[in-house]
Ligand binder design. Structure first.
Ligand code: FAD
Length: 159
């Protein structure tokens, strides 16, 4: 079966206290886990202060249908497709919807991810972002922040 992988970023639009927002994200993930598993999708959702970054991987029709629903969701805005590619295999095969809550060091890197149509990161940056998310899923933020792969992961202003 051909697997496609999609990467996007968006601006969170959730109201409430920090704990309330965290609870809403937990709920999004809980519902998505079940739905993605039924649709043969795997992936992960990274959230930092104000930003979502999500990877979805699976059969193209399911990736497309899910992304269409996600785009209509009012809990975030400025949904920006970063990459949609045919993949050799799944990077997040163990998770129908992993949740990554980034610490401050990761937040700094994510905040530098370019936003705006004329600033779509190059494929190498998208690849590095996906690998970082995989590392965060497996090892947690501290491990990822000390890893060699971080400096080139997310392109800063001006590239
Ligand atoms: P319904 O549940 O019938 O809802 C109708 C509409 O209301 C939809 O537009 C829905 O987006 C919106 N909605 C639902 N609940 C709320 C709420 N509490 N507040 C405001 N609006 C609401 N879904 C997946 O299946 N897989 C994913 O991987 C996935 N990832 C997501 C990542 C993010 C960052 C967000 C914000 C949502 C994600 N969702 C995901 C949820 C997705 O956007 C849909 O809400 C969900 O799939 C249900 O779709 P539905 O058409 O059945 O909508």
């Amino acid at each position: 079966m051909t697997i496609h992988r999609l990467l996007y970023r968006s601006d969170m639009d959730l109201a409430g206290t920090a704990a309330g927002i965290r609870q809403q994200i937990v709920e999004i993930v809980r519902i998505s886990e079940a739905r993605n598993a039924a649709d043969g999708l795997t992936g992960a959702l990274l959230h930092t202060r104000g930003v979502f970054i999500q990877v979805l991987e699976g059969p193209m029709p399911a990736v497309e249908a899910t992304f269409e629903r996600i785009c209509c969701d009012l809990r975030h805005r400025r949904v920006e497709l970063i990459e949609l590619v045919e993949a050799e295999g799944r990077v997040f095969g163990e998770w129908s919807m992993g949740r990554i809550s980034a610490d401050q060091r990761i937040e700094r890197l994510v905040s530098r991810l370019p936003a705006g149509e004329d600033q779509v990161p190059e494929a190498a940056s998208a690849h590095a972002t996906i690998q970082l998310m995989r590392t965060l899923m497996v090892s947690g933020p501290a491990q990822a922040a000390s890893s060699e792969q971080l400096p080139g992961t997310l392109r800063g202003p001006g590239g």
